[in-house]
Every structure is written in C-alpha cells, then in structure tokens.
Design a protein around this ligand. Structure first.
Ligand SMILES: [Ca+2]
Length: 198
C-alpha cells in the first residue's frame, strides 16, 4: 500500500511540475485538409493522373497510381526516376493558409524492393507560400529521403512549416528527383496529411 501511495504521489508531483509544460508543447492538430490523401479516389477524367492532385514531370510520366503497394486502402502512388540528370516530378495540392499558423505536412514513403532507388535519386516535402496575387513569398523544404530509404517499413515523413506574413495560399508539394546524375529505381507514396496545428 505504502509503495502504491508513494508512486501515486510521485506521479501527482510530476503532473503538477510538468503538466503545464506538457500542455504547452502538445499542440493539437486540426482536421485533414488534403483531398484524396490516400489516393483511393480514381481519376475522374482521361487526362487526370491522380484525382484532386496536380502532377508535373520534366521528361516522362513519373507518377502513377497503382495497387501493388499501399500503406492504407488499396492504392498508393509509384514515384519513378527518369534516368535523366536533374529530372524531377511533382505532386501538388493548393490550400488556403493563415499567416503565423503552423502546418503539419506528412507522407508515408517506402522504397520499391523490386526496383530500389539508386544513385542520386531523392525526394522531399516542400511548401511554397503565395501572396494574394499568387506570387511566391518564400518556400520551405523538409529533410530528404534517398537511395537509403527502407525497403521494409513505410516511414512517416513529417515536417512542420509556419506560414509567413502575407501568405494566403500555399502549394504543398511532394518533389521527387533524379538528382545530379541520371538515376534509377522507384519508391511508393501513400497517406498524405496536411493539417493546421494550434
Ligand atoms: Ca492508399
């Protein structure tokens, strides 16, 4: 009994001392802003590659929706290298933002064990902040993933970005590139999340 009481007192003391700090640091996260975040919605038109997302590739189509590998649901995206120096592909979705608010941008990524990334292939999450005229104010980029990406575990890449003054909209971008040399291989992407933190 004595032991239990002491234990309880310690927990109580810790709560009193650290409780406020925990409350301050544990920001709550608002609802999902991303549309078609897990790519389960099929393209609605013949020329749409990924429903609700804008796709751009420099040379060959390098993003495809597939059912071979997914983190959740039945579908994920495959991101392919283009075997060209500096080739890149982007998956883009625009959202309204509020200056000073921090946005949590996450994605699940895994290497393709049958055709893994090689050479300088890499990817990252970026955010381009736009003013009311659509002009770019600045951009932020998260840590890169590269050819060392796990072939066994879907890693969750997470980056928190704060909207700068005068930002009214942002382009949330998954950027995937061959890098400085023509690269080979592919990886899979699923479960994008874009949320406001407060
Ligand atoms: Ca999915």
């Amino acid at each position: 009994m004595m032991r239990n009481k002491t234990y309880y007192q310690v927990i109580l003391a810790l709560t009193v001392v650290f409780g406020p700090a925990i409350l301050v640091s544990a920001q709550t996260v608002q609802g999902e802003k991303a549309r078609n975040p897990g790519f389960e919605t099929a393209p609605q038109t013949a020329d749409e590659i990924v429903a609700d997302w804008e796709v751009y590739s420099t040379h060959s189509p390098a993003i495809s929706r597939q059912a071979t590998s997914s983190y959740s649901g039945n579908y994920g995206l495959m991101l392919c290298t283009q075997n060209k120096k500096s080739a890149y592909t982007c998956l883009i979705q625009n959202h309204e933002v509020t200056p000073g608010v921090t946005y949590q941008f996450t994605a699940r990524i895994i290497n393709n064990r049958n055709d893994p990334l090689q050479g300088t292939a890499h990817g990252k999450l970026t955010v381009e902040w736009l003013n009311e005229n659509g002009g770019e104010i600045s951009r932020d980029a998260g840590e890169q993933w590269d050819a060392n990406l796990s072939r066994m575990v879907w890693l969750r890449h997470r980056f928190d970005f704060q909207a700068p003054p005068k930002a009214v909209e942002a382009r949330f971008v998954v950027l995937f590139s061959d890098g400085d040399m023509p690269a080979q291989g592919s990886c899979f992407l699923d479960d994008i999340s874009i949320r406001e933190m407060e």
